[in-house]
Write a protein that binds this ligand. Sequence first.
Ligand code: THU
Length: 162
Amino acid sequence: MQKEHLGAEFSVYDDLSELNDSDKSLLLDAQRAATTAYAPYSHFRVGAAAHLSDGRRVTGSNQENASYPVGICAERVLLSTLSSIAPNAIIATMAISYESDEVASNQPIAPCGMCRQSMVEYETRVKAPMRLILSGLSGKIYVFDSCSDLLPLAFHHYHLGK
Ligand code: THU
């Protein structure tokens, strides 16, 4: 028997002024995208913005439903939109932010488990790591080199023999 360790390093920035111009504007796009959410039930609006390897950008926001499980997170709205309009486009970086009527937006949020699974499959499919920028409207900013860092031991297509 031997012990193994799962974990990942990430960068922590104190605020927006520490980011480079491209990351800063992507995070601002994510914050803007949050305002397009349809979140009448949670009042928690999430925005995601992706910077593609060809320079294009795409955004997504959470879309809720009176039948709660029907709702879709911002990250998967973005991935589905992108996959439909530009299949296999490489996402260099995705920024995720949020605003809420009920809690302060002063700390990063991380994607939910279902979104992590989708994001890791997207990385695997296009064979390129997706950087992640996580932040609220204020406070610290977390930057990960790859979505896989957030989902170690992920379930993959090859586990199905596909
Ligand atoms: N939500 C997202 O859109 N992304 C996340 O990473 C976490 C949660 C949404 C789902 C739901 O509409 C609301 O936030 C509250 O959970």
